[in-house]
Write a protein that binds this ligand. Structure first.
Ligand SMILES: Cc1ncc(COP(=O)(O)O)c(C=O)c1O
Length: 378
């Protein structure tokens, strides 16, 4: 049996395909914008946020969020080292400083109890990452942000549909960024993203920078052709074909997440009987979107994580490591970060391995992966 990583199978159904096809003969840009705005409105109401802006990917969403808060060179943004580099790269791109805070040992999310000691006069924002789709403990973070007048930008690339205390991720933070990349919980033809907010000022700035820095859809009566570029912006727009499939994908997101939850439950039941493996948990306050199922290979498993990875591969099972702590990468070493700075993230990095979890997997595939792990342990 082969269980690739990711294991998408036929991810798009007839509705998705027809939605894309229906965009191929769109003759006017009015129709284009109608579809894009519909996707944004649907997403905003799904999350329970006032505004949503579709963008080309989550990196763009995070970048625009920093533009929206007016981040300046030399400012500081607090975030986690246990994430994909995109989260902190956008801080560097604005010539600001990413200030990392170590993670909780169980969720591997940023540890709220370690944030306050890192706040300085230069701190402007916190970017918590809802790693693997498990919500960050947002309560204390929003409180710290309020006390220190900071903005919270959720990196929700993994977390569409996840909930913190029964509220959707993205409805609590000041802004939040979602990804619709190929293997994410929902996808818009392999790339795409969304940024959501309740704040109308932020929303205006997000739109401005997303679309070349041009005052959005504002034109003068006598000169309807006139567009005013007021800042140098980007083209971070989503296409109408992507928006069309986003609309149909969003309708299925809850059922996708339900399936992921069921598969995760089977994994945890079966892996509970294998010594030397620590399974991911779900905290009382959390409803995970189960984007990634990451286990820890402990010492008493008797085989190292790297060997597990190679052996799984030989048995036809794909795997991955999410993530190499960002402070190990060159741009961050150049800032003075070094091995030893974030011991919890670093220790976890030696042990973690993500095993296949995708919406089209079947129980037998989960059982096969667990059987392979048992075999490797022997
Ligand atoms: C935690 C996290 N943040 C941000 C991103 C960036 O997402 P995108 O590829 O849509 O730019 C990713 C991508 O995988 C991610 O995992």
């Amino acid at each position: 049996m082969k269980v690739p990583f990711p294991n998408r199978g036929n991810f798009y159904d007839k509705d998705d395909i027809n939605a894309v096809l229906s965009m191929l003969d769109v003759a006017s840009s009015d129709k284009k914008w109608e579809i894009i705005h519909q996707f944004e409105d649907d997403f905003a109401s799904y999350i329970g946020a006032k505004h949503a802006l579709s963008v080309s990917n989550a990196t763009a969403a995070l970048h625009l969020s920093l533009k929206a808060i007016g981040l300046k060179p030399g400012d500081e943004v607090i975030t986690t080292p246990m994430t994909w580099a995109a989260t902190s790269n956008v801080i560097l791109l604005e010539k600001a400083k990413p200030v990392f805070v170590d993670v909780e040992p169980d969720t591997l999310n940023i540890d709220p109890s370690k944030i306050e000691e890192k706040i300085t006069e230069k701190t402007k924002a916190i970017i918590p990452v809802h790693l693997y789709g498990h919500p960050v403990d947002l309560g204390p973070i929003m409180k710290i942000a309020e006390e220190h007048n900071l903005k919270v930008i959720g990196d929700a690339a993994h977390a569409p549909g996840a909930e913190y205390k029964n509220k959707k991720i993205g409805s609590i933070e000041h802004m939040a960024a979602f990804s619709f990349y190929t293997q994410k919980n929902m996808s818009t033809l392999g790339e795409g993203g969304m940024v959501v907010t309740d704040n109308s000022d932020f929303f205006e700035k997000l739109k401005l920078y997303q679309n070349h820095g041009v005052e959005y859809l504002k034109s003068i009566k006598e000169k309807p052709w006139f567009r005013n570029c007021i800042v140098p912006g980007y083209n971070y727009r989503l296409s109408e074909g992507q928006a069309a499939v986003g609309i149909t994908q969003l309708k299925k997101l809850d059922s996708f997440n339900k399936k992921r939850r069921e598969l995760a439950k089977i994994y945890s039941e079966l892996l509970g009987k294998v010594e030397g493996i620590t399974m991911p948990i779900e905290k009382d306050y959390a409803k995970s979107s189960w984007h990634i199922y990451s286990i820890k290979i402990e010492k008493d498993f008797g085989v190292s994580r790297d060997e597990v990875c190679l052996n799984l591969n030989k048995l036809g099972v794909g795997s991955n490591v999410h993530y190499t702590p960002v402070h190990y990468f060159l741009p961050y070493q150049k800032l003075g970060y070094k091995k030893g700075d974030f011991p919890v993230a670093e220790e976890a990095y030696e042990k973690i391995i993500s095993i296949p979890l995708s919406v089209n997997m079947e129980r037998e595939q989960v059982e096969y992966v667990v059987e392979c792990l048992r075999e490797i342990r022997k």
